[in-house]
Ligand binder design. Structure first.
Ligand SMILES: [Zn+2]
Length: 300
């Protein structure tokens, strides 16, 4: 878990990290979050002269942001955890609950790589692939909390099975995990990962280049579907695979350019906030509570 006290302009005043404690079960994770937040509040009182005026929390899985409920997380074993009200009771301040990727996207869009972009798409390439659709300063969550799941766009019909139940999903080809798996198999080194593949690409290894290009092509197919639907001004690519820098971005921009016909090309840029994006985004959600009038329903 990453946490921070965040100032008005998204400045980090204090940062802290600790383990989720998920091996002790789903309730222990919730208790850990509440304790962690209370300690941060106390830190603010002691070192900054005042407590936090609001709190934001971002969690993985399926999140009902409107009702403030962490609806489901396979990883944490959660089902319908009313995290917003639990945290509100503990801290006595307004609380916002967000989805981890959408919240990270909010931060990238407002104060990171998409700063000032009215329409952006944030796509982190990690263990899986997710997405955040930024529109006019907020991130679209969809009717059921599923908006932005670009990793499950089918790019290779009938292809590799995906844990979601479909075949040929984008994340089976272009996530950092998928590239690691492909390169481990081709290179014969079970420990080899996506970063090793990128290094081999840079040193001119043709097998690595073939693995890499497969991932880039799949990613471009998925991204072009997304930009055809959404027409973003900026496409922000993050996560482990984006750490390859221009080894990824140069062929990716080419692959996207080759596929568009009438669509306008967005600028394709690396994420700027790294793994603090979620934390900063949660801070922005909290600040929004203080600057946006709440409806009576939200206040309960
Ligand atoms: Zn899938």
């Amino acid at each position: 878990m990453k946490a921070a006290l965040v100032g008005t302009d998204g400045e980090l005043l204090h940062q802290a990290r600790r383990a989720t404690g998920r091996e002790r079960g789903p309730d222990a994770v919730v208790d850990g979050i509440l304790d962690f937040a209370a300690e941060l509040r106390a830190y603010g009182v002691e070192h900054l002269g005042e407590p936090a005026a609001a709190a934001g929390v971002a969690v993985p899985g399926i999140v009902d942001e409107e009702r403030g409920i962490a609806a489901y997380s396979a990883n944490l074993g959660w089902r319908d955890v009313p995290l917003r009200s639990l945290l509100g009771e503990r801290l006595g301040v307004p609380v916002a609950l967000g989805h981890d990727v959408r919240t990270g996207g909010l931060a990238e869009g407002r104060i990171g790589a998409g700063r000032g972009a009215d329409r952006f798409l944030f796509v982190p390439l990690g263990t899986g692939i997710a997405g955040a659709i930024g529109i006019g300063g907020r991130v679209e969550s969809g009717a059921h909390g599923f908006a932005g799941e670009i990793g499950h766009i089918v790019v290779r019909p009938g292809g590799s099975p995906c844990p979601c139940g479909q075949r040929g999903c984008l994340e089976r080809y272009a996530s950092a995990a998928a590239v690691s798996e492909a390169w481990a198999s081709v290179s014969g080194d079970p420990e080899a990962d996506a970063a090793d593949c990128a290094k081999a690409v840079e040193s001119g290894d043709p097998q690595a280049q073939a693995v890499w290009q497969n991932a880039v092509d799949a990613l471009a197919d998925g991204l072009v579907t997304a930009l055809t639907l959404l027409d973003p001004r900026t496409l922000i690519i993050g996560g482990g695979l984006a750490e390859a820098g221009e080894t990824l971005f140069t062929p990716l921009r080419d692959a996207v350019r080759r596929r568009v016909t009438f669509q306008k090309l967005p600028s394709v840029v690396p994420a700027a906030l790294g793994d603090t994006a979620g934390c900063l985004g949660a801070g922005l959600l909290a600040w929004d509570l203080l600057t946006t009038p709440t409806t009576p329903e939200e206040a309960t």
